[in-house]
Design a protein around this ligand. Structure first.
Ligand code: GUN
Length: 282
């Protein structure tokens, strides 16, 4: 099989979006847009993500405040901070960086955030709105994937989309968003019978499973659009996705690289959601 695979440059598309957001903030915002980021512990990946979010905020002119707690901080202390941030006029968006230490249930913190400041799109109101069609904040990774597909003018309507991974932060919201775009959607996971047969049916395959290079070229339909949400380390400690890029290249129609694919879009969508949150206040 030798298909001319197009590599989707998420870094470039995210840069274009960030520049648009920067212009809007420069021209239209009388007050500073503010984002509060809460993280616990010192998970290496989370620290990198938080730093990337902070840098992106600086770039577009959003004022970010980072609250880093010790891993063993009691839940009540963080709830107290969330209450202050919910009531702060200078804070438009609040996010809790995941994963959290085992003694804290993420829902306990996420449900404490005022849903009008839920820029991650993880609140019950945001998730339910994906079903009723009136959500204010769509989860950033899922929204970023839809934007990537639209930017590349990839038809979603009528297509068979297979989402591998059923998390509340990617798999489930993304499946609903694809359905809202008139796709036919399957959600697969670790217990799916005949997973590989299912993957092979995908016109658009999205993987968010955290298994390095799990998807190989022989598993995909020739010409499929392959979107890789995974950020893993391979046996040489090199960053890689859930997709074995090399074996899919030449079989996929489109593919996102890791790094430089979905990751930068997640950050760009967070900035977009911050603007939406600031608009709610005006
Ligand atoms: N951890 C991994 N991805 C995300 C994300 O999109 N938002 C938050 N808050 N935490 C994450």
């Amino acid at each position: 099989m030798n298909i001319d695979t197009k590599v989707i440059n998420g870094q470039k598309i995210a840069s274009i979006i960030k520049d648009q957001i920067k212009d809007v903030i420069n021209q239209a915002y009388p007050e500073t847009v503010g984002l509060a980021v809460i993280s616990l512990g010192n998970d290496e990946a989370s620290q990198i993500y938080v730093r990337n979010k902070q840098k992106a905020c600086d770039y577009v002119g959003i004022k970010s405040q980072i609250y880093n707690f010790e891993a063993n901080t009691p839940l009540e202390d963080i709830l107290e901070l969330i209450d202050v941030l919910n009531n702060s006029h200078s804070v438009d968006g609040i996010l809790i960086q995941l994963p959290l230490p085992a003694h804290i249930n993420p829902r306990d913190l996420i449900s404490a955030i005022d849903f009008k400041k839920d820029v991650d799109g993880f609140s019950k109101e945001s998730l339910a709105g994906l079903i009723t069609g009136d959500t204010v904040f769509k989860s950033c990774t899922s929204l970023g994937i839809i934007e990537l597909l639209k930017y590349e003018k990839i038809k979603i309507s009528g297509k068979k989309c297979v989402v591998v991974g059923r998390s509340n932060i990617v798999g489930k919201p993304l499946a609903l968003m694809l359905l809202n775009e008139d796709a036919t959607v399957s959600i697969c996971h670790s217990k799916t019978d005949n997973l590989i047969d299912e993957i092979k049916t995908a016109d658009i395959l999205i993987t968010a499973i955290g298994q390095p290079k799990f998807i190989t070229g022989d598993m995909i339909k020739p010409g499929a659009v392959v979107i890789d949400v995974g950020i893993n380390r391979d046996i040489n400690q090199k960053l890689c996705g859930d997709v074995d890029f090399d074996s899919c290249f030449g079989i996929a129609g489109y593919i996102t690289p890791v790094p430089g694919g979905v990751g930068p879009m997640t950050v760009a969508m967070l900035l977009k959601n911050c603007l939406t949150a600031a608009n709610l206040k005006i």
